[in-house]
Design a protein around this ligand. Sequence first.
Ligand code: HEM
Ligand code: HEM
Length: 197
Amino acid sequence: MGLGVPTLPFTFVAHLLAVAAIVMIHPVLMLIGLIIMGGEAIITYKALPMKKEIKKLIHLILHGIALILGIVGICAAFKNHNESGIANMYSLHAWLGIGVISLYGIQWIFGFVMFFYPGGSESPRSQSIPWHVLFGLIVYVLALGTASLGFLEKLTFLESSAGVAKYGSEELLVNFTAIVTREYCSLAPLVLERQCL
Ligand code: HEM
Ligand code: HEM
């Protein structure tokens, strides 16, 4: 039984919504993934009152979710570029972004193999912990730097092509989101440093 409703306007609306979702989904997935999930994973050992083995599992799973969301977020950015006929990988943000997600993946695989399964023998395992911690914090700081460039780029696009006003509410929103992101990121290393927090 047909309803006799013209479908063409609905397909246009559906496609517009899909494009909007893909354009917006990249920053959202990157922030929820690498920044929020990554930060929570980093403070697991210090913040949770549980057995070491359980904390290790939570650390591993949260970093795993962060990595998956990061990969999906980057795929969404590529999909948006390809469907809109925009060139890929032209900006510093894009270059750093690929670097960050690759390092994050390497760090996860190294952590998994060394500390979880099959697990290294006692001596290399304990010797590699300080390197794992240092490298993990460096990757996290690089993710923050990349996200900051992403905010800057988004705002520049909005100002130059969408007519967003300087000192307008959209600009304030993007800048304040970037500042909140930065403050959040600086808390994770602080918690590692000062366990009392
Ligand atoms: C750590 C987090 C992030 C990573 C690893 C990352 C990574 C990437 C990558 C690899 C691209 C290139 C896609 C392509 O060339 O087709 C890209 C594009 C883009 N990202 Fe991000 N991103 C992150 C966070 C953000 C945030 C927070 C924003 C802010 C709104 C943002 C805005 C953009 C924009 C506007 C583009 C398209 C322009 C361009 O290619 O440079 N990104 N991102
Ligand atoms: C990209 C992924 C990862 C990042 C960025 C990362 C980062 C970190 C950081 C910053 C610490 C220091 C935590 C603290 O001192 O409280 C740490 C500790 C640790 N991580 Fe990871 N990690 C990742 C993946 C993994 C994986 C997959 C495992 C496998 C189980 C793992 C196992 C450990 C262990 C055993 C410690 C030492 C805890 C201790 O004895 O103090 N990590 N990690």
